[in-house]
Design a binder for this molecule. Sequence first.
Ligand code: SAM
Length: 190
Amino acid sequence: MGLLSILPFVRSVIEDHVTPGGIAVDATVGNGHDTLFLAQLVGEEGTVYGFDIQEEALEITRRRLEEANVQERVRLFHENHARMADVLPASAHRQVQAVMFNLGYRPGGDKSIVTRSASTLEALEAAVDWLRPGGVLTAVLYSGHEEGKEEAQSVIAWGKQLDQKMYHVLWYQFINQKNSPPTVLAIEKR
Ligand SMILES: C[S@@+](CC[C@H](N)C(=O)[O-])C[C@H]1O[C@@H](n2cnc3c(N)ncnc32)[C@H](O)[C@@H]1O
């Protein structure tokens, strides 16, 4: 197998950690590609919780999920992902198999609506707490725009200070590509 590019790498990490009947979270629903991917992995008995601050993103995603007939296993919240811990049902606490973040703006949408460091860090902090042991978090980071660069740096700094006794943390990136390609932070709870 060749080296996986960024999005296939993320999907392979997620596939290794999500099983039928499981619980997963899409912290940045956007156009719903990752939500659908998670919904297919958890199967009919599983649950996916999704967050986005844009109603339009949730509408697009609802249609995508309905077309695939997986809408029953997904709950979408029109909420800031920083509120994750207030919104998720208590029964999911430390039961979540995977949380996906795909930072930045929604492709095809309003580019001024982007994830922001402060709320992203709050959401990451909540997300690792809600993971079950053996669960995984992935965050795709974009440094191509000014806010994204600052956000990516703060996310990596946050990842570096996580206790190694509790988390495996890796940063996956191609280091010889021009135009600041995205990179991935992946965290596995031990
Ligand atoms: C890069 S897109 C996500 C792409 C998506 N995963 C997909 O498969 O299409 C980032 C999304 O994060 C959303 N977003 C930005 N800030 C947010 C926040 N604080 N809480 C939740 N969603 C947020 C944006 O509205 C946007 O739709």
